[in-house]
Structure formats: C-alpha cells, structure tokens
Design a protein around this ligand. Sequence first.
Ligand SMILES: Cc1cc2nc3c(=O)[nH]c(=O)nc-3n(C[C@H](O)[C@H](O)[C@H](O)COP(=O)(O)OP(=O)(O)OC[C@H]3O[C@@H](n4cnc5c(N)ncnc54)[C@H](O)[C@@H]3O)c2cc1C
Length: 288
Amino acid sequence: MRGYLPDFDVRVPASLGEALALLAQAPGTLTPLAGGTDLMVVYNAGRLKPTRFLDLSRIDELRGIREAAGAMTFGALSTFTDLRECAAVHRHFPNLVKSARATGALAIQNRGTLGGNIANASPAADTPPSLLAYGAEVELLSVRGSRRVAYDRFHLGYKVMDLAPDELVAAIHVPLPTGRGFHYFRKVGTRQAQAISKVCLAAWARVEGGVVADLRIGLGSVAPAPIRARHAEAVLLGQALATLPIEAAQAALLEDISPIGDIRATARYRSVVTRNVLGHMLRELATL
Ligand SMILES: Cc1cc2nc3c(=O)[nH]c(=O)nc-3n(C[C@H](O)[C@H](O)[C@H](O)COP(=O)(O)OP(=O)(O)OC[C@H]3O[C@@H](n4cnc5c(N)ncnc54)[C@H](O)[C@@H]3O)c2cc1C
C-alpha cells in the first residue's frame, strides 16, 4: 500500500546554504529528494520510512556541467538527459553517455539525477561503473565545509557510503582523460531498455606504444556495491596489446566479484557473464 501523502513534510530550500543549515539542525531526520525516481518507487510500495524530505530542486548551485582545470564537474542535479545532450560529455566520456542512455526510459532520464544514482547506492545502478572507470571524485558539502572522496572509496558496503547525515552530494568531478584512450561500456539486462542490470562493466584504458599504460574497470551488480576490478586490472597493466593475457585477467576477475543470485540472475550467471564481457572488452582493446 502507498504511503499516506499528508504524513510527509517536504522542505524546499531556495539556496544551498539554507539546505545545509536545515540538514545540520537535526542530522539524519531530513532525506534529500532530487528527481524522486528512486524515492517515489519506495513511497508507492508503502516502504518509505522517513516523513521529512529536503527537496533539492530549487538549488541552482547543484546544477550544471562545467569544464575547468583538466576536469569536468557535474552538479549533483545533472540529469541523465543533461549527460546525453552535452557535447563535451560525448567527446570526453562516451561511457557516461552510454550509461545515461541505458538508464530507464526518457521520463526517468529527464528526472533522475547523477547525485541520486550515486547516493541511492544500488549495486545495480548504471552510472557508477563508468564513474569508477573514469576515476571520478565525489564532492560532499555540509555546514562543516567541503571534502572530496575518490569515488572508488565512497561505497563502503551494501547501501553504506562515506556520506554523513548532514552532508549532500554536491558534485562529481571527473578528470579529463589524456592520451590515446579506449572506452568500453556494456550493460547486460533482460531487455535492451527498461531493464535493471544483471551485470554492468565499464572500462577506460590509456595505451602508449602498444602497451596498456593505465586501466580502470568498473563493475555493477556483481558485489554489494559498485566496485573496481583491481585484480584483473593488475594483471593487464603494462601488458602489450598484441599479447594481452585475457584468460589470466578473466581468472583474476573472479577474485574481484562476489555476485549473489536474485530474481534477475543466478550468481553463476553473473560470474560467467562478467568473465565473458571482460573477454569481449579485452578483444576490442587488443584491436586499438
Ligand atoms: C522505471 C524506473 C527505471 C529505472 N531504471 C534505472 C536503470 O536502468 N538504471 C539505473 O541506474 N537506475 C534506474 N532507475 C533508478 C533511478 O532512476 C536512478 O537511481 C536515479 O539516478 C535516481 O536519481 P533521483 O534524482 O531520482 O534520486 P531520488 O529518488 O531523489 O533519491 C535517491 C536517493 O539518493 C538520495 N539523494 C539524492 N540526491 C542526493 C544528494 N545530492 N545528496 C545526498 N543524497 C541524495 C536520496 O535521499 C535517496 O536516498 C530506475 C527507476 C525507475 C522508477
């Protein structure tokens, strides 16, 4: 059964300062509300516990996509549509565009935000693998100040984040890739669209002189939180494209993942498919 709407109290601050002050008054009692595309599903199912919300929609400081000092900054309220429609994002971060396109349908892409996708902390969310592959940092704000956390250290476990109750995700900073880059994104779901990931893999590599000089692989739906495939990365770093140790990397990948079985896929399916997608990614990388 749905929640009862009059039970819910929604604060609508007009500025970032006001929002942070409200959060600081009684930390943990106000739940940030961005696009509402995750929260409203929980509300509709009658499982939404908190009765006080902080509507972020009027806070212009949390909007916008900007390029400066070798990085691109995405305001937490950037929507999937914003990502899809930004030429600079297409140029520098094609995996983020693919992640945004793979998220829900257009209505969800118009409302759902990057900050919400991260802070909802679903292991199956679609932008986190790309953000991990691109070495993103999360900027957190509170009345106590601002701090940055490497995104690969932000998720601490299932739905556990390095995010204090008085903090907001303010922005996501992503360094502009340099050199000869390779970008790969693959979401495996039941359908091409409107499906939750069974496995999601995003990778970025820099190749120098035919050798893998830098590589990050982000994974979704195969662990309690989005993760880097650090064991597989270690096997591949410094290797020549002509002799990539694909099978060794696939074996190492099994040390990175800890998939579960659920209504979408079995644990074994997720293991086999993740291994196969990594193989596909590496065969593409070898042709660069
Ligand atoms: C039909 C449907 C299909 C979907 N398909 C996909 C899909 O394919 N892939 C996918 O990844 N997701 C999918 N989603 C989930 C959802 O759309 C995304 O996770 C979206 O990014 C959530 O963003 P939001 O702004 O709507 O978050 P909200 O629902 O507003 O908030 C989500 C959570 O994040 C917190 N939060 C939001 N913003 C901040 C902030 N700035 N600081 C701190 N905390 C914050 C909220 O308190 C809440 O806990 C789907 C949802 C629906 C309903």
